[in-house]
Design a protein around this ligand. Sequence first.
Ligand code: GLY
Length: 582
Amino acid sequence: MRVLSVLSLILGLATFPSFAQQAADTTAPESASPATAQPDGPVTAKKWMISAANPLAAKAGARILREGGTAADAAIAVQAVLGLVEPQSSGLGGGAFVIYYDAKSGKLTTLDGRETAPMDATPRLFQDDQGEPLKFFEAVVGGRSVGVPGTPKLLEEIYKRWGKTEWKSLFDDAIALSTHGFAVSPRLEKLVAKDAKRLVIDPLASAYFLPGGKPLEVGNILVNPAYTESLTALATGGSAAFYTGDIAAAIVEKIRGAVDNPGVMRKADLATYEVKEREPVCVPYRGNDICGMGPPSSGALTVGQILGMLAPFDLAALGPDDPASWQLIGDASRLAFADRGRYMADSDYVPLPVKGLVDPAYLATRSALLQPGLRLEEAKPGTPKWDHAGLLADDEAIELPSTSHFSIIDQFGNALSMTTTIENGFGSRLMVAGFLLNNELTDFSFRSHRNGVPIANRVEPGKRPRSSMSPTIVMKDGKPSFLIGSPGGSRIITYVAKTIIAKIDWGMNVQQAIALPHVVNRFGTFDLEKGTKAESMATELEAMGYKTKVRDLNSGLHGIVVSEDGLEGGADPRREGVVIGE
Ligand code: GLY
């Protein structure tokens, strides 16, 4: 049945499985042991594992892993399918960060495939004629917000470093699905319907997502011949086929020609795009090293600050049901977000106290501000050790939830944690060559200065907007022990920190840790996850003086635990993801 349903997709047979059927089939045993994550129970396996946000994408990665490919090979296959089946979240038109553990050398590497601002962009990119910030969606929709995509070159880079399977074949599953069709998922249906009024601005996006003027529905079989062509070009010509030639020309034409809101990207911006290797940021926490992506991401620094501040507190004794735990986590997050807003940006453009921000002595002074049961009155940025004199004003970037995360372990012990995005759901809403273009530049602060003082995360030509993406590998005794990451705008940081605490302090298995309801505080108000027991924290948190707000908190955490007993994977029940392993 499982094989039949896949064959019917590949052969374009008339009897397509429903999305639920595809998901069930995808997670049904491929051999003896794989399965899907249950509400409380993780998937276990011995050799390899993948956890990703869509069953078809996970399945493409699983095929590569089963056939002896590396985690890097599988990531390429996964991303190619995600760009088709979850086009609103990530794709060739976006950017991503990877943290990779190479088992042979024992080395951890972080690669930055973040989008860049075109060289003609200025700090006033998102300001009106009075120098006031534009409204968020006025800035997002159209060509102005599009950064030079990094994902295609990042895929090529991870392949050059760690790939083993034939490059061309890594696109086979995605090409088969885009050529012969895949069934629209419930999540895609919901998001298209919600965004229909914005998608109409672009004729290609409109024709694809709103055929005949009607939003796509669950189970519609969607083919994307333009995406097939782009993938084929990438498969045969490498990333040069994306950054130069017809695809690059189409991208530039679309951005510069956008009615109402054109952008300034040129072909030279694409032709000169570079992936950058960065120093991983690792912060100790209860005998582990929490490692992730440094600037231009604020992810690892902010997650590391939160955990570093919490280290002196016995969260294990308090437990997950005590609001006092969440009060401490919430105030640590507020302090970390205050530093993030002041200091964190693209360190190639703005001097940044990377070491000072996670220095144990500095974190101890910040931790001393936390009082169990007592609300921190004001969360102000601190003064980390820094051999640079300068004034910076606080940031004002608006980040709404989007993005996708996947984690992979291969049979050789290599581990990959990758967070990938086109920023807002459906990005800039501009479609080119079968994929959506990002709106990543709106991750910059729209305001460039405050009272004459520059903001670190202001727009500058060639700069990378600050991210919250937090692909993480937790290292124990020099080896990966936990891979995790999530979408969710700037709440990504809090989702990842919570999941690490749930695993390390509260001893939960990976599926429980992921599913644990979210209680989030970044800027003062506690967000409590709607429809969960987090809502019951409201009374006690309000009694401590906090404002609370019940809301959907759509993380997309996908994680794998590695131990002597084998592999244990979890997928976020808030999305459509699955775990496959053998
Ligand atoms: N656009 C999501 C992020 O980079 O954090």
